[in-house]
Write a protein that binds this ligand. Structure first.
Ligand code: MSP
Length: 527
C-alpha cells in the first residue's frame, strides 16, 4: 500500500446474547494491531467493530431474562461489549449496533434497491433452522443424538441442540444467480479469501451450486422491517452483514462511503461462508464493490475444542488481563498462534511465554540499557564512535526486521511480523552479552567503545518501541518515555513503522528516565 491509501478494517459484529470471551477478543486484537500498524504507516485507517442485536437468539435470551430485546442489548453493550474494548485496549474508530437508526435506514435502502431491481421474490421456505447459528440448515448439518436430553431428536452438529422445522412464506434473495460470478471472482482474485484452507472450503461449497436464500422471517418481529411488507423482518445475517457499509455512510453519505469502501474483513473461519459467499453476492446485486479481502482466522481451542461459553470453556478476557496485563494478552495471542490457524490456549503456555519472552527477553533488555545509560553516562544517550562489524550487523538486523514485519502485515501474517521484530530483541541481548559494556565501563580507554555499544542498544530499543507499539502499546509508550525519545522525535504513535529500520534516529544526548520492569515477574498458583 502507498501511504495515504484507505485501509478500512472490520471485525464481525458480535451477538449480544452473552458476554465476550477470549475468542471474541482475539478477532478484536488482531484487527486493532493491523489498524494501528496502518495508522502508523500514514494510511487513511478506519477500524469498525460492533454488535449484532436482532434475531431469534437475542429475542429468546431477552425473554428468558424477563426483559425486552432492546433493553437486553443495551445492557450487554454497555456492561460487556464496550468495556471489552477498554480491557484489551482497542482503538476503534466507530462502533456500530444493528439497532442504530443509521444502520436500519441503510438496510431499508439496500433491500428496497434489490427488490426494485428484481433480486428479491416471495416464495415458500421449507426446511431446518438453527437458532444458535441463526442459519438455515441442510440435513447434512444435523445429526440424531442417541442419548442425553435430546435423545432421538435432530440436533445441530455445532450446538448439539434441537433445530426448528420451518414452513413459511418468505422473501428470497436470488443468490443462485451469483454462483458463476463468485467463482469468477475467486479465480480472478486468489487472495480474496484467505487463508488457503478457508478458500478451498468455500470454493468447494460454491462449486456444488447455490440456492436462493430466504432473507425474511414473519414468525417474530425483532428485526428490521421489510420495507414493502411490514409483516416480515429481515433475516438476521442479511441485516448484520450490511453493518460494514451502513457504518460508513452507504445510502446517506456517498463521499465517506467512497473514501472507505472496500474493507479488509477479519472473521472466524466458522463464519467465513457468510462473508465470502452471501456478502459478496449481496454487494454484486447492489452494484457495489466486494470486500478487499475476507480473512478467516482460526479458533482458540481449550482442551482441544473450540472455546465456547455453551461448552463452559469460555474464559473472560479480564481473567487474563487482571493477572498479566493487557499488553501480555495482546502479545500472547498475536505471537503464539499463526494467524489463520487454530491455537490451543493454556495458562501454562501463557505464563511461560510471558516470562521468557516479555519479562526476560524484552523487558529485561529495556531495563538494562536504560540503567546502564543512567549509570555510565548520567542519563544522557552517548554518542557512538566508529562502528564495528558487530554494530553494523545490528543495524542490518533492525532494517531487515522492519521490512520483513511490514511485508508480513501486508499479508496479515501478524505472528510472522512479531517473529521478525523479535529477532531484534534476541540479537540485542546476544550483543550485550558479547560486548560486555560493564567491562568496557571499567577503563577510560574503552570509553568510546562503551558509547558505541550503548548507543547501538538504545537506538535498537527505539526501533523496537516503534515496531512493537501496535502490539504492546502500553509497554512501548513507557519505553519511549524512558528513552527520552519524545523531545527529539515526538509522539511514539506518530513514528512511521516501516521507517523504524532507519538507523540512528534517537538523538545523541536524549535524556533517559527511569524504567520500572515493563513485565514484572508474576507468581501464579502452582509456582
Ligand atoms: N453475529 C455473528 C457475526 C455477524 S458479522 C456480520 C457472529 N457473532 S459471534 O459473537 O458468535 O462470533 C463473532 C466472532 O467470534 C466470529 O468471528 C467467531 O468466529 C469468533 N469466535 C467465537 N468463538 C471463537 C473461538 N473460540 N476462537 C476464535 N474465534 C471465535 O457470529
Amino acid at each position: 500500500m502507498a501511504a495515504g491509501d484507505s485501509f478500512y478494517i472490520a471485525t464481525p459484529i458480535f451477538y449480544v446474547n452473552d458476554v465476550p470471551h477470549i475468542g471474541h477478543a482475539y478477532t478484536e486484537v488482531a484487527a486493532d494491531v493491523l489498524a494501528r500498524w496502518h495508522r502508523q504507516s500514514g494510511d487513511d485507517t478506519w477500524l469498525l467493530t460492533g454488535t449484532d442485536e436482532h434475531g431469534q437468539k437475542i429475542l429468546r435470551t431477552a425473554v428468558a431474562n424477563d426483559t425486552t430485546p432492546q433493553a437486553w442489548a443495551d445492557k450487554l453493550v454497555n456492561e460487556a461489549w464496550l468495556p471489552l474494548l477498554e480491557t484489551i485496549n482497542i482503538q476503534n474508530d466507530d462502533f456500530i449496533r444493528t439497532t442504530d437508526e443509521r444502520h436500519e435506514a441503510a438496510v431499508t435502502i439496500f433491500l428496497q434497491k434489490l427488490y426494485d431491481d428484481g433480486y428479491i421474490y416471495s416464495g415458500e421456505y421449507e426446511g431446518y433452522y438453527c437458532v444458535g447459528c441463526e442459519e438455515y440448515k441442510q440435513l447434512d448439518d444435523l445429526m440424531e443424538t442417541p442419548d442425553g436430553d435430546y435423545a432421538g431428536q435432530l440436533v445441530c452438529k455445532i450446538h448439539g441442540r434441537p433445530i426448528e422445522v420451518l414452513k413459511e412464506t418468505n422473501y428470497f434473495f436470488r443468490m443462485s444467480d451469483f454462483q458463476q460470478k463468485l467463482l469468477d471472482l475467486y479465480a480472478a482474485r486468489p487472495d480474496f479469501i484467505q487463508p488457503e484452507s478457508v478458500r478451498n472450503e468455500i470454493l468447494q461449497f460454491v462449486k456444488q451450486g447455490l440456492s436462493d436464500l430466504s432473507i425474511s422471517r414473519s414468525s417474530f418481529d425483532w428485526g428490521v422491517k421489510i420495507p414493502w411488507d411490514h409483516s416480515h423482518v429481515v433475516y438476521v445475517w442479511f441485516d448484520a452483514l450490511l453493518n460494514y457499509i451502513s457504518a460508513i455512510g452507504y445510502g446517506t453519505d456517498d463521499e465517506t462511503f467512497k473514501r472507505r469502501w472496500p474493507a479488509t474483513q477479519l472473521v472466524g473461519k466458522d463464519i467465513a461462508r457468510f462473508h465470502a459467499v452471501i456478502w459478496p453476492a449481496m454487494l454484486m446485486a447492489a452494484g457495489l464493490e466486494v470486500p478487499r479481502q475476507v480473512f478467516g482466522h482460526g479458533w482458540l481451542l481449550v482442551g482441544g475444542e473450540k472455546m465456547s461459553k455453551s461448552k463452559l470453556t469460555g474464559i473472560a478476557p479480564s481473567q487474563i488481563t487482571d493477572t498479566f496485563g493487557v499488553d501480555a494478552f495482546r502479545y500472547y495471542f498475536m505471537s503464539a498462534i499463526s494467524f489463520g490457524q487454530d491455537g490451543s490456549f493454556s495458562w501454562e503456555d501463557l505464563s511461560a511465554r510471558y516470562h521468557s519472552e516479555l519479562a526476560n527477553g524484552f523487558g529485561n533488555l529495556a531495563s538494562r540499557v536504560i540503567a546502564m545509560i543512567n549509570r555510565y553516562y548520567d542519563g544522557l544517550v552517548p554518542a557512538p564512535g566508529e562502528y564495528t562489524e558487530a554494530d553494523l550487523a545490528i543495524q542490518k538486523i533492525v532494517r531487515d526486521a522492519a521490512d520483513k514485519a511490514d511485508a508480513s502485515i501486508e499479508k496479515l501474517a501478524i505472528h510472522e511480523a512479531i517473529a521478525a521484530i523479535w529477532t531484534i530483541v534476541d540479537e540485542l541481548n546476544g550483543y550485550i552479552t558479547i560486548q560486555e559494556p560493564w567491562v568496557l565501563a571499567k577503563s577510560d580507554e574503552t570509553r568510546e567503545r562503551l558509547g558505541t555499544v550503548l548507543y547501538t542498544t538504545a537506538d535498537g530499543l527505539r526501533a523496537l518501541a516503534v515496531l512493537l507499539s501496535p502490539v504492546i502499546p502500553e509497554a512501548t509508550a513507557k519505553l519511549w518515555t524512558a528513552l527520552g525519545a519524545f523531545s527529539g522525535l515526538g509522539e511514539l504513535t506518530d513514528q512511521v513503522v516501516v521507517d523504524a529500520g532507519h538507523w540512528a534516529q534517537l538523538p545523541v544526548g536524549s535524556r533517559v528516565g527511569s524504567l520500572d520492569a515493563l513485565f514484572p515477574r508474576i507468581e501464579t498458583a502452582g509456582e
